[in-house]
Design a protein around this ligand. Structure first.
Ligand code: FAD
Ligand code: SF4
Ligand code: SF4
Length: 477
């Protein structure tokens, strides 16, 4: 039925509809509506089935995109699901939150003048339908193995590894300091990008498949890292990066200047129905306030859009570079603009005004200078260009660094890279400590969900090899 493909010549790109801005501003539901079966089939049929699919090459998971698009176009959705889930542990999550414009879709080679295939939306449609149709079954290993693996961190890297190892029959325990599973998927990324039910559904799926979750347990705190290592045949560290980059300047310590993740976690907890005193007291609640968010990454975009939904009086984003040079997804910037956020490009804070509590930000205009050795342009202040923005809440979203894991785990033999991330062998995913592996942001630095999944899957394969090699060596003794 290959004749059903190549429809891009007469079928225009139709991404899933966005909800009306006025509706979006009033709740935390996802902003994109779902494809119906007909739209998914039609949009999948636009693919030209490239011999060398650049979409797949630029997908960190090397997803077999052309084949599952073809199966979708032919209405063979259950087979599309089997194929899609063979390379991606959480396709419905990546379909929602991957920056597709920079990955698969940005490299779709449909001829010039035509828009790319809506790969992410089709990927999401396939697995959402699979859940509804009951095609997604709990993990059922062919054999149970006696060996166990301890995973520290229930974010996408830890969960992807847990799935892969449990499928091989290992006894898998995932430890997390939080009370819910998902890492940044549950407490960082807001519901308007990824509804919480999608993450909770995967938690249940993993638990139904025999993955054990030990929550509210800080490794290096309530439970010693050495005790964890003694309890398992291998350990995977997938703890992410959480140390917020700080802001300097006079007044930086005023009340009302808060770290982005504290703000987002509070908002996400509120949405999940938890009692959140810092939200109710107004400390981490933007309602009625003039909000200034400092930063230009995904975290900053999530903060500005959360503030809109909380009923802020005004929301301004200050970023020292311009729109073209911001690290966040351009799709999210345009969504934020539609929702009423004002972007103040090429502007950086110099000082914060106020007595005890912040009342404003004293900022300076910047210009982009010559590129440095890495190719990134320098950013320099323009003399005499300072201005003030009134602010009742300032949110610092300047990025994250890794915490000092050897100190936190009281394990000095764990080696770090120059960036403070855990040093691993790129082939074996093993750290400097035998039997201890690492994956996700704690190795890569702040990155993407799709890379965390990729690393988790690869680390699981390396752990399997390590345990089997050890078992063979023991049998030979
Ligand atoms: P995490 O998701 O951070 O999970 C680590 C887990 O380890 C956490 O649950 C933590 O509680 C736990 N942990 C840490 N230390 C300990 C300890 N000592 N003991 C026990 N548990 C511990 N990426 C995208 O692809 N698309 C997006 O739209 C996107 N938006 C983002 C928005 C925000 C606000 C942020 C902060 C990030 C965003 N990212 C996005 C990046 C993405 O979320 C991360 O790259 C990804 O979650 C990393 O996965 P991970 O499993 O390595 O770590
Ligand atoms: Fe595209 Fe991400 Fe899906 Fe890969 S995982 S096909 S990059 S949306
Ligand atoms: Fe289809 Fe575009 Fe991928 Fe080519 S690059 S296989 S047209 S989705």
């Amino acid at each position: 039925m290959a004749e059903r493909m190549l429809q891009f010549t007469h079928l225009p790109q139709r991404p899933p509809q966005k909800r009306e801005v006025s509706d979006r501003q009033a709740d935390f539901d996802e902003i994109y509506r779902r494809f119906d079966m007909q739209s998914a089939t039609a949009q999948a049929s636009r693919c030209s089935q490239c011999g060398i699919p650049f979409c797949s090459i630029h997908c960190p998971l090397s997803n077999n995109i052309p084949d599952w698009l073809k199966l979708t176009a032919e209405g063979r959705l259950e087979e599309a699901y089997e194929l899609s889930s063979a390379t991606n542990t959480f396709p419905e999550i990546c379909g929602r939150i991957c920056p597709q414009d920079r990955l698969c879709e940005g490299n779709c080679v449909i001829e010039k003048g035509f828009e790319s295939v809506t790969i992410g939306a089709v990927e999401r449609h396939i697995t959402d339908t699979a859940f509804e149709q009951g095609w997604v079954k709990p993990i059922a290993p062919l054999q149970e193995r006696a060996q166990s693996v301890g995973i520290i961190g229930a974010g996408p890297a830890g969960l992807a590894a847990a799935e892969a190892l449990r499928s091989q029959g290992y006894q898998v325990s995932v430890y997390d300091r939080h009370d819910r599973v998902g890492g940044l998927l549950i407490y960082g990324i807001p519901g308007f990008k990824l509804e919480k039910e999608i993450v909770l559904r995967r938690w249940k799926w993993l638990a139904d498949g025999g993955v054990k979750f030990i929550l509210n347990t800080q490794i290096g705190g309530a439970l010693k890292f050495s005790s964890l290592c003694a309890a398992h045949d291998a350990v995977l560290v997938a703890t992410g990066v959480y140390k917020p980059r700080e802001i300097a300047g006079p007044g930086a310590g005023l009340a009302g200047i808060v770290p982005a993740l504290d703000y987002l976690i509070t908002s996400n907890r509120k949405g999940l129905g938890d009692a959140v005193p810092d939200f109710d007291s107004g400390l981490l609640n933007a309602a009625g306030k003039r909000v200034v968010v400092i930063g230009g990454g995904d975290t900053a975009m999530d903060c500005v859009r959360t503030a809109v939904r909380q009923g802020a009086k005004s929301v301004t984003c200050l970023y020292r570079r311009d729109r073209q040079n911001m690290p966040g997804s351009l799709r999210e910037v345009s969504n934020a603009e539609d929702e009423g956020v004002v972007f103040n490009w090429l502007a950086a804070p110099e000082a914060f005004l106020g007595d005890a509590k912040v009342t404003g930000v004293w900022a300076t205009r910047m210009h982009l200078g010559l590129p440095d050795a890495s190719g990134r342009q320098s950013v320099d202040p323009i003399e005499g260009s300072s201005f003030t923005i009134g602010a009742d809440l300032v949110i610092k979203a300047l990025g994250f660094d890794p915490e000092d894991i050897p100190v936190a785990f009281n394990e000095p033999s764990l080696r770090l890279t120059g960036w403070g991330t855990l040093k691993t062998d790129p082939k074996t995913f093993q750290t400097s400590l035998p039997g201890v592996f690492a994956a996700g942001d704690i190795v890569r630095g702040a990155s993407l969900v799709v890379w965390a999944i990729r690393d988790g899957r690869d680390a699981a394969a390396a752990i399997h090899q390590f345990i089997q090699a050890n078992a063979m060596a023991q049998a030979a003794e």
